[in-house]
Design a protein around this ligand. Structure first.
Ligand SMILES: [Zn+2]
Length: 317
């Protein structure tokens, strides 16, 4: 589905189509029909169509049991193909988008297509759940209007790639180990902080959380919480990744610049990239780490602290 008829479909609409295939397999049906598309729309959960269906009281278990009641289950799972009716719904969805002057095809258009197709099993399922088709149409238009705020021009876009920026600084002090990017570096001073004070990992977390529109580090790891006292920042990064995955984000790449007068960091950079990449569930080639000095200027230049700037690009599945 990377080219051709699905080009203008949003990520959510594409997800619905793959969920429809999954639903067909779940029922051992040897075809993908509008009824599976309806299940996909209910299952997808957070698009315009899902909102309409939930407003109308249509729930996944109810749709599943009604489909099973009407068609039953197949004997064995076989290769599934799309029925002419399914293709018709797709055509109608494209037409609905055109009529609404939307440049994209989203879940709402799929739902309108489903409603317009009319006399299929999906329509029958909606009908048996007490959803009047006219009422469905009205609700779609209503939810679309609510989604179109007066401040926004053009159609609603579903953001899939997001960028975030992070910054952190820690003081250097005696009697502390120096941890950067999860690597322990021999030096007579270390970074001062509640956790292991890994300033590089903190800046990366900051960038990731910002990109995902989540809370800042202090929210997840309060510095008066004994649990995080002396904690490994790499473990904290793993926790941050769990939060991101819960919002269906994965990392595209991160890049960081360490500002430190001393010590020489070049020999440790490959290992920093490996450790951060492991925590992010990505490849070291997607983790940039550079080191620079401040040419003797400011607190970093005087060797009083180490600062890090990071950026992160993430993608929503
Ligand atoms: Zn920090």
């Amino acid at each position: 589905m990377t080219s051709g008829p699905f080009d203008r479909f949003t990520e959510r609409a594409r997800t619905v189509i793959s969920l429809a295939r999954e639903e067909a397999q779940r029922f051992n049906h040897n075809y993908v029909g509008p009824e599976h598309l309806l299940l996909g729309l209910v299952r997808q959960g957070d698009g315009v169509a899902a909102k309409v269906l939930s407003n109308l009281g249509v729930e996944l278990p109810k749709v599943r049991s009604t489909v099973e009641f009407i068609i039953g289950r197949g004997e064995v799972a076989r290769e599934t193909g799309m029925t002419p009716r399914f293709k018709k719904v797709i055509e109608l969805a494209v037409d609905e988008a055109r009529r609404l002057r939307h440049h994209y095809i989203g879940t709402e258009h799929l739902l309108l297509g489903l409603i317009r197709e009319g006399d299929g099993i999906a329509a029958g399922v909606l009908d048996s759940l007490g959803v009047d088709l006219e009422q469905g149409r009205t609700e779609v238009v209503k939810v679309l209007r609510q989604a179109e705020s007066p401040f926004r021009t053009g159609p609603r876009r579903e953001p899939t790639t997001r960028i975030g920026v992070g910054y952190d600084v820690h003081r250097l002090g005696e009697g502390r180990p120096l941890h950067l990017g999860g690597v322990s570096i021999p030096y007579h001073l270390g970074l001062v902080g509640h956790s292991d004070a890994d300033v590089l990992v903190h800046a990366v977390m900051d960038a990731l959380l910002g990109a995902a529109g989540l809370h800042d580090i202090g929210h997840y790891f309060p510095n008066d919480d004994p649990h995080w006292k002396g904690a490994s920042s790499i473990d904290m990064l793993t926790t941050v990744m769990c939060e991101l995955r819960r919002s269906r984000f994965e990392v595209e790449n991160v890049d960081s610049t360490i500002i430190a007068e001393e010590p020489k960091l070049a020999p440790y950079i490959p290992e920093m990239r490996r450790r951060i990449a492991t925590a992010l569930g990505t490849n070291p080639s997607c983790v940039g780490v550079k080191a620079t000095t401040a040419e003797g200027t400011g607190p970093e230049g005087r060797g009083e602290s180490i600062a890090v700037h990071s950026v992160a690009l993430i993608r929503q599945r």
